[in-house]
Design a protein around this ligand. Structure first.
Ligand code: IMP
Ligand code: MG
Length: 176
């Protein structure tokens, strides 16, 4: 298979890393030395999670779950599929969800509802690298995010189109 799409860069690797350092300082300040459970939502937030976690100073436990909502193509289905959502006991824990992007908000809502229905966490916050506010269909906002983005289909740094481009160190968009 050959990939022929032209990617227009938006956020450079350097800028992404700077924003992540700023965000990590905020998180370090909020949780101080309290143990923190990070929930990385695979596959999209893998890059963001591993870069962010290197700057965190509190004791951290990393959990990985796999949700999917896009299927193939660039239009959100609105349906969330829990591919693997096995988690340890999160009762009375500080929990921070790590996502790549909040688009319609269905995935974020699904996950927050799932956690609230199954655990009484000490705190539950939602952190997303990108926030595509303009596309929101449900009333939900990330507690922390690095960049607000326009209604464009983005790839790179974990974000994919049909599974490709996740390995790019920068974020760009595909002309549609
Ligand atoms: P939502 O449920 O519509 O908020 O979509 C959330 C998920 O869709 C994200 O976790 C991404 O995996 C995927 N997604 C949303 N927008 C984009 C995009 O612009 N590029 C790649 N994936 C996206
Ligand atoms: Mg995702």
């Amino acid at each position: 298979m050959t990939i022929t799409n032209e990617i227009k860069p938006i956020f450079t690797e350097k800028l992404i890393q700077e924003k992540i350092i700023n965000l990590s300082e905020k998180i370090n300040n909020i949780y101080k030395n309290e143990e923190l459970y990070l929930i990385c939502v695979l596959k999209g937030s893998v890059m963001f999670t591993v870069d962010l976690v290197k700057h965190l100073k509190m004791p951290v436990k990393m959990e990985f779950i796999r949700l999917s909502s896009y299927g193939s193509g660039t239009i959100s289905s609105g349906k969330v599929n829990a591919v693997d959502i096995s988690l340890p006991d999160l009762n009375n824990k500080d929990v921070l969800i790590i996502e790549d992007i909040v688009d319609t908000g269905h995935t974020a809502k699904f996950l927050i509802d799932f956690l609230n229905n199954n655990f009484k966490t000490k705190s539950l916050k939602f952190c997303s690298l990108l926030d595509k506010k303009i596309k929101r269909e449900v009333d939900i906002d990330p507690d922390y995010y690095c960049f607000e983005v326009d209604d464009k289909f983005l790839v790179g740094y974990g974000l994919d189109l049909d599974g490709y481009y996740r390995n790019l160190p920068y974020i760009g968009y595909i002309e549609q």
